[in-house]
Design a protein around this ligand. Structure first.
Ligand SMILES: [Zn+2]
Length: 148
């Protein structure tokens, strides 16, 4: 590639975007008249940037806004999901460990053990029913936020 072609190569994208000074532009025009290689390259560049531009134009602003909202929403939901998972996991771990230790220990009077066991069972049932609700709610309406 000779020096003139290298220079035109550098200016080509600016040439297409009409960002060149008049002097640079004339220089490129002049070179293109006599150089088949750079003319071909310009055409290549041109079709590339046209297809990129078309892709961008195909999404009208309203669509783009809607798309952005969907993405934001998905991100929020994922974060919230991770938060819940951590919370529920940690609580289950602590409660499970606490309950395990408690059952193994000697507590007087013995009915305290039964009472605490019942509390645990109650919590477990609550948790299960909430999970079930969330599951069926997210199945029927994916775009509705479900809060516990
Ligand atoms: Zn050239």
């Amino acid at each position: 590639m000779d020096e003139a072609c290298a220079k035109v190569d550098e200016l080509l994208s600016g040439y297409l975007d009409r960002e060149l000074t008049q002097k640079d532009r004339q220089q490129v025009d002049l070179h293109l008249e006599s150089c088949a290689r750079c003319t071909a390259r310009l055409r290549e560049f041109d079709s590339l940037s046209t297809s990129v531009g078309r892709l961008r134009d195909e999404m009208d602003p309203e669509d783009r806004e809607r798309w952005r909202k969907v993405m934001d929403n998905a991100f929020d939901r994922t974060l919230r999901g991770i938060g819940w998972l951590l919370l529920v996991g940690a609580v289950l771990l602590l409660v499970g460990y606490g309950g395990y230790e408690f059952i193994l220990s000697d507590v007087e009077p013995p009915f305290v053990k039964w009472a605490v066991g019942a509390v645990y069972l109650g919590l477990a049932v609550q948790l299960l029913s909430v999970l079930r609700q969330r599951l069926s709610a997210s199945k029927t309406d994916k775009y509705k936020d479900v809060e516990i």
